[in-house]
Ligand binder design. Structure first.
Ligand SMILES: Nc1nc2c(ncn2[C@@H]2O[C@H](COP(=O)(O)OP(=O)(O)OP(=O)(O)O)[C@@H](O)[C@H]2O)c(=O)[nH]1
Ligand SMILES: [Mg+2]
Ligand SMILES: [Zn+2]
Length: 350
């Protein structure tokens, strides 16, 4: 039995029911409970004890709820998560945003029209790998290009996605859609990510076999999507398995990164162990094996630039979240100090 099943059993013993978070709208949720979609709220206790975004339920979470017929379910506990897909919140605020929890496969969708972008793909691969789930690259709209161009594109994508399963498909002709379906068995949860207009919702509709999700044409001049999907949503598939649709992301800022850069850029990681300095930044140091690789043509310059950019971003986030942790610790100490003073004061009065 895994952690989650163990926790579920314990919560059931305490009289709770186990549900799965299907959608999130500010502080309101909807959960799947025995096949029905039920509105839900978190308990006040969970809300007030929460310190971080991670302490709140996310789409895909298994939760222990209380539910009385005709009212909202009350979420009391979040069951242990196996994986979490996170990014930095978009905009000025510096915080984590949970895209989804308990995902097994991340389907990174890129379309083979004008919005195709390998650098963006690398970024998605880092975020997906970091989550603990397995990334799969889906190249949509294969019907829009010829066989020769498709072969070139697949070779390019293969070069930036070492060891990753890649499937080119068409939701129009249904070419390779069956192959995608076979990746999702009864125990699997899949999260779709990718820019607006690449065809995430269209593919989910094909997998479900009905037009349950709204889709919309892309702009003709640049193949840009119109942000048709506006919220994350988990849907059960007939015959088992779950899919999570997400809105097209304008930006995908990295949150915590540990180890995934090395997995996504193995040719750079391998070389860096031969650099003269163990803390080599691969930018200006003498004896840098990574730069030597770029000069000899063994490391593609675009890959090198992309790696450095992502690494810098990851380091920035790590430094800022360290500062934030220190600030939070100090604030807590101050609060505690004040509370102790209060106790002494009231004792003196007595
Ligand atoms: N030719 C072709 N068009 C496709 C394919 N898949 C999706 N489309 C079209 O692409 C457009 C955008 O599809 P959506 O499914 O709405 O895209 P999305 O990724 O969900 O976009 P957002 O919800 O905005 O993030 C629609 O007009 C689809 O019909 C495909 O395989 N081939
Ligand atoms: Mg959509
Ligand atoms: Zn180096």
């Amino acid at each position: 039995m895994n952690d989650r099943e163990q926790a579920a059993e314990e919560f059931r013993r305490q009289g709770f029911r186990i549900a799965r978070v299907a959608a999130e709208h500010k502080e309101l949720y909807s959960v799947l409970l025995d096949g029905a979609v039920v509105p839900a709220e978190v308990t006040g206790r969970l809300m007030y004890s929460a310190e971080h975004r991670r302490d709140f339920p996310a789409v895909g979470d298994w939760v222990a709820v209380q539910h009385f017929e005709g009212s909202s379910a009350i979420i009391h506990h979040i069951l242990p998560r196996r994986t979490v897909i996170s990014r930095k919140t978009s905009g000025k605020e510096f915080d984590e945003q949970l895209i989804a929890a308990n995902v097994d496969l991340v389907f990174i969708v890129q379309s083979l029209d004008n919005s195709y972008n390998l650098r963006r793909l690398e970024r998605f691969l880092v975020v997906a790998t970091e989550s603990g789930a397995r990334p799969v690259v889906l190249l949509s709209k294969a019907d829009l290009i010829g066989a020769d161009e498709l072969a070139v594109r697949i070779a390019e994508v293969t070069a930036v996605s070492p060891g990753v399963h890649i499937i080119a498909y068409s939701a129009k002709t249904l070419d390779h859609v069956g192959e995608i379906r076979t990746l999702i068995d009864a125990e699997t949860t899949v999260c779709f990510v990718g820019s607006s207009g690449v065809g995430k919702s269209t593919l989910i509709n094909r997998l479900i076999g009905a037009d349950v999700l709204e889709t919309f044409e892309v702009r003709e001049e640049d193949s840009k999507g119109r942000h048709t999907t506006t919220r994350r949503q988990l849907l059960p598939l007939e015959g088992g398995g779950f899919v999570i649709d997400t809105p097209g992301m304008r930006e995908l800022g990295l949150w915590s990164v540990s180890g995934s850069l090395e997995e996504v850029f193995p040719e750079i990681a391998e070389r860096s162990s031969s650099c003269r300095f163990t803390d080599c930044t691969h930018t200006h140091e003498p004896g840098c094996a990574v730069r030597a690789g770029v000069e000899s043509g063994d490391v593609a310059p675009e890959r090198y630039d992309s790696y450095l950019k992502l690494k810098k971003e990851a380091e920035y986030v790590a430094a800022r979240s360290d500062i934030r942790k220190q600030q939070e610790r100090k604030a807590k100490e101050k609060q505690l100090g004040r509370a102790i003073k209060q106790v002494f004061k009231s004792r003196k009065k007595q």
